[in-house]
Design a binder for this molecule. Structure first.
Ligand SMILES: Cc1cc2nc3c(=O)[nH]c(=O)nc-3n(C[C@H](O)[C@H](O)[C@H](O)COP(=O)(O)OP(=O)(O)OC[C@H]3O[C@@H](n4cnc5c(N)ncnc54)[C@H](O)[C@@H]3O)c2cc1C
Length: 177
């Protein structure tokens, strides 16, 4: 079947080769009348499918901030926008940093977390409760630490594992400011 497959058009590439988070929330001042949103704040390895979700959550934060007026809007908005950015960054950057040739700062204990996530994914392929939690976290519907909730932790540690393969592709990481 695959031997009969045809390429429908020329190959396209995306131009930016890494995760990047610009920490506007750390700025002391920002020009009035301007804001940055979406990939302009934080862009991720597209393999995790998080960029649009983060942009939508930032838009919701902006709506909340605007409801309180435009006083110090940039400061309030960038602070609020950092929450969804951090949630997605933790997942995307943490996963990419598994690869030894990916450059970036590794958090203490990252190896343990990666080992736990390997086990979680393997159990998730046979346990619908763990599988649901994995996708809830990957889709930003629940915070990342909820994969360690006692009920999930017990199922991951005691559950039966099926062989699984890792999905992500390695990319270069930067944390520009
Ligand atoms: C291959 C790939 C797959 C992806 N898959 C997913 C996915 O499955 N799920 C998901 O959530 N996210 C995915 N993403 C990420 C998602 O596309 C982005 O995070 C999201 O589009 C960011 O929205 P944005 O508005 O910040 O930027 P964009 O959507 O890039 O919008 C920026 C717009 O500004 C325009 N523009 C740029 N420069 C100028 C200029 N000088 N003047 C005027 N206009 C300008 C551009 O043409 C563009 O229309 C994927 C990204 C890629 C590259």
């Amino acid at each position: 079947m695959w031997s009969a497959a045809r390429v429908p058009g020329p190959l396209e590439t995306y131009r930016f080769p890494g995760n990047q988070w610009r920490h506007f929330e750390r700025l002391k001042a920002f020009p009035g009348g301007y804001l940055v949103l979406g990939d302009g704040i934080c862009g991720f390895n597209p393999v995790y499918g998080q960029g649009m979700s983060v942009a939508a959550l930032e838009a919701r934060s902006l709506d909340t901030c605007l409801a309180a007026g435009d006083n110090a809007l940039a400061r309030r908005f960038f602070k609020a926008a950092a929450t969804p950015a951090k949630a997605a960054w933790t997942l995307a950057a943490g996963e990419d940093l598994r690869f030894p040739d990916v450059t970036g700062k590794r958090a203490p204990g990252a190896g343990l977390i990666n080992a736990y996530m390997d086990r979680l994914r393997a159990v998730a392929s046979a346990d619908p409760v763990v599988c649901t939690r994995f996708f809830e976290v990957a889709s930003l519907l629940r915070p990342a630490p909820s994969v360690f909730a006692p009920r999930i932790f017990a199922r991951v540690m005691l559950g039966r594992r099926k062989a699984t393969s890792r999905l992500p592709l390695p990319v270069r990481l930067t944390t520009a400011r």
